[in-house]
Design a protein around this ligand. Structure first.
Ligand code: GAP
Length: 517
């Protein structure tokens, strides 16, 4: 059922130009996606709404657009170079590679039933487990019975086997080389000249690193660090008083081991993050404030606000520097999953950058005449994950009565402020001056910065359906009466009701509807 819904959404995204697989004509690049004409509008509407509410509607938050490539020392200071890795495990039975921290949890020593894809594979696995691990299991169809969980508190997410490799850590940051000279040239020369002959393991690795380390850079794995690194410049240039925030939206890159659920987890994604700097001692209050503000923000654009929740982290889930964290979770078709993290990061990041850079990163309170390192509350949201959330929230199938009987209408009930196209203008027929009139109306919307679309292809019913499926909130139809009395019909996407309004009022009517939606 959940898979079915995801498949319907993925297929609609492709069919209607929201999201395509990257480089599809070359077989596609795993976990990379392109946002098509409607997807880019939806994504921008989400990030613009975030910017409007987080920056433009407040006096205490300013923006930043930092470079994706930063000084490599940033990642040393932030801990990403040493610690930004996922524990990865290979299942010895079904060969699935998975993240240990995301695998199904079991009690060490508990009974587990291994389940293979078919009987044939179960027979092979039965023999393999007996030979490799000396464990005799019983087979029933495609299931193997009698295994026990090992010391580790998890099993393979694919077949539930407890037979797996050791955990290995993989660096999640994308590495690249800075500068016009490719270090591979020097490296090739060194290999040819025999400089590496006889070297092994750590020694070989260290020698190789020597050739690349000066030009190695990383694509940022989060937008957050630039806000810490530029804290002093921004505070001083804008004469900001604590508490204040720095907000940024933009691309981040992670070599994710498990890429899953369409655009939910991908290697290149977009974030909307804000670092809110406050006086130590006030952080608990701000933490609760931002948790509530962020929950309200996600819910205000949703048809199903009950599908959002703020889940406090267990002590064991907290990052070592965090004093507290809430995950804003959404009930996706596969279950509750993270959309945003709101963390109390204490003064950890500023202090780390102070230590590694040698720069003083503090705040001087001119009224109290005291100096301190601010604490940070960080609401860190996924913009691309937001796109998937609102696609899931909007997707609706309705059985409706038609002249020929019943039919299923697919309608994307996007909040009008997020809808890619706000209004479609449809000439009933391609004659009697109707297309020209429709184009005039479209132009009047464009002049006001409202994304309107002229659509004259196919019968009117089909056009309404097409716009329902892409979530256009209103359709305006130019018909015979328009030419006579200057009125047009306005059709509401959700109720399908139509009423007549004056063509003169069309823009202000839609502006009002958008404002009050
Ligand atoms: N600065 C803190 C930080 O980056 P995070 O929980 O790793 O925290 C914040 O990321 C948000 O970014 C997540 O809640 C999620 O919405 C989004 N995100 C993280 N990794 C992602 C990925 N691989 N694909 C899509 N979105 C991702």
């Amino acid at each position: 059922m959940a898979d079915d819904l995801m498949q319907k959404i993925i297929s609609l995204c492709k069919r209607r130009g929201f999201v395509f697989q990257s480089s599809e004509i070359y077989g596609g690049l795993k976990s990379a996606y392109d946002y098509g004409p409607l997807g880019v509008e939806l994504k921008r509407n989400i990030t613009n709404a975030w910017w409007r509410d987080m920056v433009h509607s407040r006096e205490d938050v300013v923006g930043l657009d930092a470079s994706i490539i930063m000084h490599p020392k940033v990642w040393q200071a932030s801990g990403h170079l040493s610690g930004f890795s996922d524990p990865l495990v290979d299942c010895k039975v079904c060969k699935e590679r998975f993240r240990a921290d995301k695998a199904p949890v079991v009690e060490p020593g508990a009974d587990v039933i291994i389940e293979l894809a078919d009987k044939g594979r179960a027979k092979v696995a039965l023999q393999y487990i007996a030979e490799q691990f000396g464990v005799e299991l019983e087979r029933s169809g495609r299931q193997l019975i009698g295994a026990k969980a090992g010391d580790r508190p998890y099993v393979c997410p694919n077949c539930r086997s407890p037979f797996m490799s050791d955990e290995r850590n993989f660096n999640l940051m994308f590495r690249s080389f800075y500068g016009p000279v490719d270090p591979m040239g020097a490296l090739a020369g060194a290999i040819e000249s025999g400089e590496f002959d006889g070297l092994k393991g750590g020694e070989l690795r260290a020698k190789l690193d020597g050739y690349t380390k000066d030009s190695t850079v990383y694509l940022r794995p989060e937008t957050a660090q630039a806000m810490f690194v530029q804290y002093s410049n921004i505070q001083k240039s804008m004469a900001l008083k604590v508490p204040f925030g720095i907000a940024q939206t933009g691309k981040s890159f992670r070599n994710e081991i498990t890429v899953e659920h369409f655009i939910f987890r991908s290697c290149e994604f977009e974030q909307m993050e804000m670092e809110f700097f406050c006086e130590p001692g006030t952080e608990d209050e701000w933490f609760e404030y931002w948790k509530n503000a962020r929950m309200d923000w996600w819910q205000k654009f949703a048809n199903h606000p009950e599908k959002f929740r703020a889940r406090p982290h267990e002590q064991s889930e907290l990052a070592h520097y965090a004093k507290g964290c809430y995950d804003v979770e959404y009930e996706f078709p596969w279950g509750w999953d993270e959309l945003e993290g709101i963390a109390n990061r204490t003064d950890y990041d500023l202090k780390k950058h102070m230590e590694h850079s040698g720069s003083k990163i503090e705040y001087f309170d001119p009224v109290e005449r005291k100096r301190y390192t601010p604490y940070v509350i960080e609401p860190a949201a996924g913009a691309t994950r937001g796109v998937l959330t609102y696609l899931c929230d909007a997707y609706n199938e309705e059985v409706i009565e038609t002249q020929k009987g019943t039919d299923t209408r697919v309608v994307m009930k996007f909040h009008p402020q997020l809808a890619p196209i706000k209004v479609a203008v449809l000439p009933l027929v391609k004659k009697l001056g109707m297309p020209d009139k429709a184009r005039e109306v479209v132009e009047s919307f464009m002049k006001r910065g409202i994304n309107a679309s002229f659509d004259a292809q196919h019968a009117i019913g089909k056009r309404y359906r097409r716009h329902d499926e892409i979530g256009t909130p209103w359709c305006l139809t130019i018909d015979g009466q328009t030419i006579e009395d200057g009125t047009i019909t306005i059709r509401d996407r959700d109720t399908m009701e139509q009423r007549r309004i004056s063509i003169e009022d069309a823009v202000s009517e839609i502006e009002d509807l958008l404002r009050t939606a």
